[in-house]
Ligand binder design. Structure first.
Ligand SMILES: [Zn+2]
Length: 119
């Protein structure tokens, strides 16, 4: 009775491989999917002193996608990645979890507009 679904020999898998995770973790939305790799994008807010307000900046990160999660993660999903040792030139994160299939940015965007248009 050897079932071979989701066979995963990926060394960079946090469940089946032996990679050690450390450092930072991020959550973001999948914008591209490749074999064994995804690109996620998320927004960060930072303070701009010159304008005395917060600005948003989009950050893109490449992350390793282990075989066992390749089928459940699609473009548009919200996932969590964690830092590990550099796997390749551009990848030093691995996908660890799927947060949801929904876009969570949609709420909390509207609500405040008390400085009434400054264009
Ligand atoms: Zn795996």
């Amino acid at each position: 009775m050897a079932e071979k679904e989701n066979e995963c020999n990926d060394f960079a898998c946090h469940k089946h491989g032996n990679i050690s995770l450390r450092g930072r973790s991020f959550r973001g939305k999948v914008i591209k999917k490749f074999p064994k790799r995804v690109v996620i994008e998320f927004e960060r807010t930072f303070y701009v002193k010159k304008y005395e307000r917060y600005a948003k900046k989009k950050t893109k990160l490449h992350a390793r996608l282990p075989d066992c999660m390749a089928s459940e993660i699609e473009v548009g999903d919200y996932i969590e990645i964690k830092e590990c040792r550099p796997i390749s030139k551009i990848i030093s994160f691995v996908v660890v979890d799927k947060v949801s299939g929904e876009d969570e940015d949609k709420k909390s965007d509207k609500g405040k507009s008390d400085d009434g248009g400054d264009e």
